[in-house]
Design a protein around this ligand. Structure first.
Ligand code: BG6
Length: 499
């Protein structure tokens, strides 16, 4: 934090109105790894409302004191800021835990009781943010209970974690349940990639600079490559992952959102609806890929970062003959005026060689390179690379003259690194998203029609997969996926970026 009061005044500081935050799934993994570390960081920067309270709701039998102790440990383990007892104590003092089965009416009444006492004692003014960090099976009961007990005081907002449905039909059903009780502007569907600084920077890069937009189209761009690579495996989440796979876990949401932000038209302003109107147009223009344009894979045994790891089928709770994909790659087209015939090659997978999320915009070759014969490593096309994570930043590959006699050309990089350019560390996605929901700003959340479009594309891909049995495993852990992913792009005379 700056010590300079003048600088302080310049900072765009938004503090939400008084409110209570109710977390359903308060003893779960997400709450510990992401939500509490984020809440602590918000408290650390004094970004939480002055009048505030947190209610944790879960089935685990424990007291508020025990729950707070577990959350303190989680903050110390996963938080990005130094642990300060006074910051934590103020936060802990606002916390109450309710042990209940969600299906139990009595439990809901107890939650309401706590909320009423928050209104009276803490001044939370009837304003509520409900965070549904629960498995999909619990969703309907909670939403109905909340809807039925909805009071007239203050505002209500509902944050809904992914997965949002399993296919278009189930997502429609969830939307129907939500829309019975809540307006669309009260529903905040999480795609945590939208909360990442570098993902938002795509908007700044494109629309705060004059030099990119004129060349951001099929005339200057040869193709786009998006990689969401993880080195971790399924991490004990087989119960969920076995029925999801890479296409539902990453492609349906994070990857398609990255395409939407890369390909969208400039919105007229940055209100939630303007931005989402432009994104949904891209999602709607995505051409359904033919079976040859999508490949899937599953990891076998291998070495990741020097350590031997088991194959997917040997992970705990995974079926011995599982056909769940842990990798997906596709060639997609955005069928509109700006992008016609420009391929978007995308891939996502677990147990790949490295953790890396990048968006690479590859421009066309220089039309008449007078240096072709003398180029050191061959004249390569310019690439604008957005490093979403790690090493967050942007880099532009350009050809430069190698110093010395003659005219030899080599590719070099002009780099912008967040770490170097800004003094502050990058906030975690959940900090931004929790704060935005409290502020009622839905720009970085997915709207019902976006989710619909995303599922429709996924449904068509999955339907084609049902026809044949994949020959899994087909890539070794610690590599860049199955050979078929290379073939997918080689067929077009292109290749995946090497890392
Ligand atoms: C989640 C997926 O949405 O995103 C996980 O369910 C995945 O499987 C995670 O590991 C990746 O998020 P991040 O922020 O680490 O890239």
């Amino acid at each position: 934090m700056s010590e300079n009061p003048l600088l302080e005044g310049l900072r765009l500081r938004r503090t939400p109105e008084p409110c209570a935050l109710v977390i359903f799934g308060a003893s779960g993994d997400l709450t510990q790894r992401k939500l509490f570390p984020a809440l602590y960081s918000l408290a650390f920067r004094r970004l939480l409302p002055e009048s505030f309270g947190i209610v944790g709701v879960a089935r685990t039998e424990q007291t508020t004191k025990e729950w707070a102790a577990a959350m303190k440990k989680a903050v110390q383990e996963h938080g990005r800021d130094p642990f300060k007892q006074d910051v934590w104590s103020a936060l802990a003092e606002s916390m109450t835990y309710v042990a209940t089965d969600f299906a139990d009416d009595h439990g809901e009444d107890e939650v309401l009781e706590v909320l009423r006492s928050f209104d009276a004692d803490r001044g939370t003014s009837g304003n509520r943010v409900y965070y549904l960090a629960v498995p999909p099976a619990a969703f309907e009961t909670i939403v109905n209970e909340l809807g039925e007990r909805r009071g007239d005081d203050g505002w209500t907002r509902l944050i809904v974690e992914k997965p949002f449905g399993h296919d278009a039909a189930s997502a429609d059903e969830l939307n129907r349940i939500l829309q019975q009780w809540f307006r669309e502007d009260e529903v905040f569907r999480i795609d945590h990639y939208l909360g990442k600084e570098t993902v938002q920077n795509m908007l700044a890069l494109r629309f705060a600079n004059g030099i990119f937009e004129p060349i951001w189209n099929r005339q200057f761009i040869d193709h786009v490559q998006i990689t969401v690579a993880e080195s971790i495996g399924v991490e004990g989440r087989a119960g969920f992952y076995e029925s999801a796979g890479a296409v539902r876990d990453i492609f349906q949401n994070h990857l398609l959102q990255l395409i939407a932000l890369t390909a969208m038209e400039p919105p007229i302003d940055f209100t939630a609806d303007s931005v989402r109107n432009e994104k949904v147009k891209v999602l709607r223009s995505l051409h359904t890929p033919g079976p040859k344009s999508v490949v899937r894979g599953q990891y076998g045994r291998g070495f990741v970062e020097g350590e031997e790891v088991p194959g997917y089928r040997n992970e705990p709770d995974v079926a011995a003959e599982s056909t769940t994909e842990t990798f997906v790659a596709a060639k997609l087209y955005v069928d509109n005026w700006r992008w016609a015939d420009t391929p978007f090659y995308v891939r996502a997978g677990k147990r790949l060689a490295r953790r890396e999320t990048t968006i690479a915009i590859q421009f066309q070759r220089a039309p008449h390179p007078p240096f072709a014969e003398i180029a050191g490593d061959g004249l390569r096309p310019n690439v604008l690379l957005i490093h979403v994570q790690p090493d967050e930043g942007v880099s532009l590959a350009i050809g430069a003259k190698v110093p010395g006699q003659g005219m030899s050309i080599r590719t070099v990089h002009m780099d912008f690194l967040y770490g170097g350019a800004f003094r502050t560390g990058l906030p975690e996605a959940y900090e931004r998203l929790i704060l935005d929901a409290m502020l009622g700003d839905a720009t970085l959340f997915t709207r019902a029609d976006e989710v619909d479009e995303q599922w429709e594309l996924v449904d068509s891909i999955v339907a084609a997969w049902r026809r044949d049995r994949p020959n899994f495993p087909n890539y070794e852990a610690g590599t860049w996926g199955p050979r078929s992913a290379d073939e997918l792009i080689h067929r077009d005379g292109r290749s995946w970026r090497r890392h």
